[in-house]
Design a binder for this molecule. Sequence first.
Ligand SMILES: [Zn+2]
Length: 456
Amino acid sequence: MLRKLFTPVLALLAGSAMAQSDDSLMIRNIADEILVNGKAYENLRVLCKTVGGRVAGSPQMLKAESWGVKALQAAGADKVWLQECMVPHWVRGAKEEAYYLIDGKKIALNVLALGNSMGSGPKGVSAPIILINSFEELEKRKDEIKGKIVFYNYKFNSKFVKTFQSYGDASRYRGTGASRAAKYGALAVLVRSMSHSTDNHPHTGAMNYDTTYSKIPAAAVGLEDADKLAAALAANKKVSGFLKTNAQMLPDEKGHNVIGELIGTEHPEQIITIGGHLDSWDPAEGAHDDGAGCVHSIEVLRVLKAIGYKPKNTIRIVLFANEENGLRGGTAYAKEAKEKGEKHIFALESDAGGFTPRGFGFSLANPSQLQKVQTWADLFKPYGVFELTNGGGGADIGPLKGALGTPLAGFVPDSQRYFDIHHAKSDVFENVNKRELELGAVNMAALIYLIDKYGL
Ligand SMILES: [Zn+2]
């Protein structure tokens, strides 16, 4: 009786062990190809060093698009095309100028205008600076704001081990701080950079105006300068400041998502999307954010082609336009998918840097899909992925879930160094490690292989 009961169970276990060993061989094959013949690092070098920073609407954005087309063709895509979308066109203009004055002595501040912000005008803003540590404090002291430069000194919370939590917490000040201060009559805002780096580079990033209030200039301050300025203000010194920014928002420009695919052999109509965003901020080269995600995605296509894997479903790589200050690329992609009645079975994004892999975060249709994914856990462990957890995705693929209910995942690399360089001068190719970058692509390709083969 016992034997009868257990035989089918044992057979099932043996079958699944066999599938696991086939799969582990296939993933070993994927890893060998990437770690020996990988193109991700060289692709990233070309993007960073021949194109550099590539804000939506800029001439560099167009150069980046042609880089993407060439890289996808060289990777072996069956088909490569551009999907048009209109993108905002924000320009920084001439270098910003900022300082504060104590007892007539000028002390320079290292600042960068925030993305989407308006310039101060040619005369700049000269006004007393008021230190505001939180939005709660802003509300309490709303009567003191008029005619001043508000300096938000909200700190990146060091207690969060996963630094994206600190970022989510602090980035409200960058996003909405200007309008909240303008509501009470502020003339400009300075925002402590969203980082816990140990240098003084300011970190830019998108802000948005509430059009009810005046569009005042806004700039990020490097951490060393932010600490000095905060100390001076906390000592109750009368501190006046000067900020001149030269940014403006021009009319929308034509931009593109760059798309390449391997056509599925059994279900060509079922699409698996893998992507990162092609645009980046201008102070650096957008190496980790998000050049890494673009070359990771291209490498997934390249490796599957190189090892002769014939996907059942269509594997589509998308280098999204305009994640940073508008999300127009991801929005256009989902809109067209819906209009054409496309069937999107899964989407994966890499937009957290090219660091050592840790895991994937999933936003799936039901708990049984996550349980299925978790049965693959042992296959990832040799390559450094230990966490297959609930919750995750990416900004660019988010609209697909909204429009079509597509299950999503986000690649999760180690996050300790990401916000040191994020949106700052230091996000350059030299700060990307070749092996770490390649291991990201290995794990992404392994996940795509398993989902293509078994579905969710
Ligand atoms: Zn990004």
